[in-house]
Ligand binder design. Structure first.
Ligand code: LLP
Length: 490
């Protein structure tokens, strides 16, 4: 209560200056000492794909229509799931507890490199959307790889600074940014997107409190249908995000009226998430550069186009050809160059989702009516996307089932007291034995960051595997004692 009051009073007080960069925790609670060091074994998947390519080259047969699915988690011929050559089953044996999240650090690097290559020849910022995954160790890694950060709260901003992100490569977004967070943003010197009339007023107030001019972009809602689940569509005309083009003049006049507080540097849009057609980005970029022309025509020297994030990934693991970062950038490259713009992109999912599996143990198998269930220790509390959006995330066992295991259709469910508690529906899987390992793939984005402690299922630990096959913990699992701490002294 006292803390809440103190926070809301912040605006009327002189704000304390924000420390700028490279804050290290005084004592690092995250042990990154490798807990496991496996001999790195080459994955037979890469040999097979290489052999296939050589064979195709020799026979001069065309590449197949589907992509040869390359993933850091691969099942080799012996039936064991490996991550960067390490058996997931072996990690399960040493993990602090289950379920847990397991990442490939090299895959994170590869995903960033793909964007960097795609952006060659353009002035650009890769703003990693922290909401997708806010693990501090992952943020530090992304920052070292040269990413900026995209933020939606004061705490995300503080964490980004803590992880060492350069504030001049960070963007503060959101339709409900509160004044005290905007003051932090103004002090830190990050880009701020104007989302509404009241947001503009608050940014002006924050600039005055911080005594700093804020570099702002106008978040324009281009009304382009991203063809995704309605919960992750953001650029339609009835969306709660951004401003409508018919109000553009009002915003330009308001910015002009506050030359001491605001410097308009660009325009931003974000269409939605899980987008699998790059034409959609192109359509929006065409509209956006037209707005930029109009804004420049009124005397503003703006040179940033921010096209948001939203590129989808192959959740289905069917090898379907999905647009790559290069496809995305190539579709807007000409427009960006034609207007001599700096390009900001805000990827979350396409940088981090495929780097991680959510690793569980099977508690048991049961049948009710016509339904078979695999009950696991993980649940909607740790991974809510299937329950919330009906999202598909691929599921498989980590080790070969017994030879006589019958394959059936199962719902994979958790122990949480909700019928919506499922990780997958109608999955063809071999009947697992009690205690078998089972993973939910592509769990790097919007899984741990959306986890709750419903039913007092404490948030799970996280690990990553490095290039040399070593496994390190990158976040402790929460404990019951952590929970009791919220009540200490009350
Ligand atoms: N920029 C803005 C302004 C955004 O709103 C978002 C995501 C991103 C960038 C990053 O989008 P990405 O590249 O990750 O698609 N919880 C949902 C996703 C919500 C996305 C919200 N905004 C899910 O689990 O699919």
């Amino acid at each position: 209560m006292l803390q809440t009051m103190a926070a809301s009073n912040l605006v009327s007080q002189t704000p304390t200056t924000l420390p700028t960069k490279s804050h290290q925790l005084s004592s690092n609670p995250f042990s990154v000492n490798p807990i496991l060091r496996f001999k790195h074994k080459p994955i037979s998947r890469s040999l097979t794909s290489l052999q296939a390519r050589v064979l195709r080259a020799v026979l001069s047969t065309p590449e197949p229509k589907t992509q040869n699915f390359q993933h850091c988690f691969t099942k080799s011929e012996d039936g064991f799931l490996r991550c960067e050559g390490v058996k997931v089953e072996e990690v399960m044996e040493v993990a602090e507890k289950r379920p847990f999240y397991l990442y490939s650090k090299p895959q994170i690097t590869r995903n960033v490199e793909a964007y960097k290559e795609a952006l060659q020849g353009l002035n650009s910022i890769i703003g990693y959307a922290i909401k997708a995954n806010n693990n501090l160790k992952i943020l530090e890694h992304l920052q070292k790889l040269g990413c900026g950060a995209v933020l939606v709260s004061g705490n995300e901003l503080k964490l980004a600074l803590h992880a060492g992100f350069d504030p001049t490569r960070c963007v503060f977004n959101g339709n409900g940014k509160i004044l005290e967070d905007l003051v932090l943003a103004a002090q830190a010197g990050v880009f701020v997107n104007i989302d509404s009339e009241f947001d503009l007023e608050n940014i002006v107030a924050a600039a005055r409190i911080a005594g700093k001019k804020v570099n702002v972009l106008l978040r324009i809602n281009p009304d382009v249908d991203p063809q995704v689940h309605p919960y992750v569509a953001t650029g339609n005309k009835n969306s709660k995000f951004g401003i409508r083009n018919e109000k553009l003049q009002w915003f330009l006049d308001a910015v002009k009226a506050h030359p001491k507080e605001l410097k308009l540097v660009g325009a931003h849009c974000h269409l939605g998430s899980t987008i699998t057609k790059v034409d959609i980005f192109r359509d929006a970029a065409v509209l956006m550069v037209n707005y930029i022309d109009e804004i420049r025509h009124q005397g503003f020297e703006i040179d940033y186009l921010n096209i948001g994030g939203g590129l989808g990934i192959d959740y289905y693991h069917t090898g379907a050809v999905l647009p790559t970062p290069k496809d995305l950038i190539d579709t807007v490259r000409g427009l960006v160059i034609s207007r001599n713009l700096n390009l900001i992109i805000e990827p979350g999912r396409s940088l981090i989702a495929n780097t991680c599996c959510f690793v569980n143990r099977v508690t048991g198998v049961k049948t009710n009516g016509t339904k078979n269930f695999i009950v696991i220790d993980g649940s909607m509390a740790e991974l809510i996307r299937p329950s919330l959006y009906g999202a598909y995330q691929h599921i498989e066992l980590v080790s070969p089932p017994p030879p006589d295991a019958e394959t059936s259709t199962f719902d994979v469910v958790g122990p949480v007291c909700e019928s919506a508690d499922f990780l997958g529906k109608d999955r063809e899987l071999p009947t697992p034995t009690k205690g078998a390992g089972l993973v939910v793939h592509d769990a790097g984005a919007y899984c741990m960051s959306m986890a709750s402690t419903y039913n007092l299922k404490m948030r799970p630990p996280e690990y990553w595997i490095d290039n040399d096959g070593s496994v390190s913990k990158i976040r402790h699992g929460e404990t019951f004692d952590d929970h009791l701490r919220f009540f200490e002294g009350l």
